[in-house]
Design a protein around this ligand. Structure first.
Ligand SMILES: Cc1cc2nc3c(=O)[nH]c(=O)nc-3n(C[C@H](O)[C@H](O)[C@H](O)COP(=O)(O)OP(=O)(O)OC[C@H]3O[C@@H](n4cnc5c(N)ncnc54)[C@H](O)[C@@H]3O)c2cc1C
Length: 325
């Protein structure tokens, strides 16, 4: 019996959300009196996988099949299911990411496991009932959910838990093959085209996001957003009306009908803070709002608020960040 953690890798590195998930999984393992094993997906180096020991992982399984470098739902599901069987995993922990959400539901069918997405806290295991807290109604409420069944899958929301750092601890890395066939790659993408992102930072994975709304008045002013994003090493985003009128591309639109982001820092510039926008950003760790209207609803969700004109505030803020760098 063990806890299996699904670790997503990209370009050889373990993603930050997966470091959090590994820390979460090792704490669940400790709670259940067992060990945490990881199965890595994506492109990884052995050295980086071994470092997962710092997050409390004892062993990492890795299938170096080149076709697993990019996400393939069928193949990833089969690989993780095989790792779960091998380790007799009772609890499987993954990130509540695009990959985690897609794989989690298929995995729950394949393994006949109960699934909780958007998990925000460590579970409680009182008197045999396994309860998890999860975000519900686009983050406007929380639900305590009791998971029954022998197997449980938890998809953990980004930024819900601090990554552990037990410096110097290493995990053993074991090569693992799930004997995948061509049929498992039937849904492999033919081509992966990366969207252009200002500064090359991908929005869903970004640690910092600078976002603009209709208060920016037009696309000709977006250099103010981009300058601050560049100074901070942040990705850029926008509200829905901004992408609807083509001031910005649609893949930058965040909110209920767009991308959900959970960065450590979200700076909203000239965005009112409508509930549909908040649904996509309200799990950001620190929210900074710049709006000239002191009654703008976004201020209620803000950690820091600047009542002011974006055209005056943004150049000063960018300059101040550059001086700190
Ligand atoms: C079904 C549905 C789904 C939706 N999904 C989404 C979604 O996913 N994402 C999303 O964003 N929206 C979504 N919306 C739209 C949402 O309801 C709002 O209309 C939208 O978020 C408003 O965008 P905004 O804040 O940029 O514009 P506005 O509401 O026009 O707000 C502009 C803000 O800028 C401020 N401002 C103006 N000038 C300045 C200045 N010079 N300096 C500082 N501040 C200034 C104003 O005070 C105002 O608060 C959805 C709506 C529906 C009905």
């Amino acid at each position: 019996m063990s806890v299996l953690v699904v670790v997503e890798c990209d370009g050889g590195e373990v993603k930050k959300s997966s470091l959090e998930v590994a820390s979460y999984g090792s704490q669940v393992a400790q709670m259940l009196g067992t060990t945490a094993t990881a199965v890595a997906v994506g492109e990884a180096t052995e050295a980086n996988l071994a470092k997962l020991g710092e997050q409390g992982i004892s062993k990492v399984l890795y299938d170096a099949e080149p076709r697993l470098k990019d996400f393939v739902n069928g193949a990833y599901t089969k690989l993780i299911a095989a790792a779960a069987e091998k380790e007799s995993a009772q609890v499987i922990v993954l990130a509540n990411s695009n990959i985690g959400a897609a794989v989690g539901s298929r995995l729950s069918v394949r393994l006949k496991a109960s699934l909780a997405t958007n998990v925000v806290e460590l579970p409680k295991n009182d008197g045999g009932s396994f309860t998890v807290k999860r975000g519900a109604f686009s983050g406007k409420a929380f639900a305590d959910v009791v998971l029954s069944g022998d197997r449980k899958i938890l998809a953990v929301k980004k930024n819900s838990i601090e990554a552990l750092h037990e410096a110097g601890k290493t995990a053993t890395v074991e090569s693992f093959s799930a004997s995948l066939s061509d049929a498992d790659f039937a849904d492999a993408p033919k081509q992966v085209v990366m969207q252009d992102q200002a500064g090359g930072v991908l929005l869903p994975e970004a640690d910092r996001v600078v976002s603009g709304g209709r208060g920016m008045k037009g696309p000709e002013n977006w250099h103010l957003i981009e300058d601050l994003a560049k100074a901070l090493g942040a990705a850029t985003a926008c509200s829905k009306p901004v992408s609807d009128v083509d001031w910005r591309p649609h893949h930058e639109h965040v909110g209920q009908t767009g991308i959900t982001v959970s960065p450590n820092l979200y700076i909203a510039c000239g965005i009112s803070g409508a509930i549909q926008h908040l649904a996509g950003v309200n799990s950001s760790k620190v929210i900074v709002v710049i709006n000239k209207d002191p009654e703008a609803p976004f201020f209620k969700a803000a950690d820091y608020g600047i009542v002011g004109d974006v055209f005056e505030v943004l150049p000063k803020l960018t300059q101040a960040v550059k001086e700190l760098n």
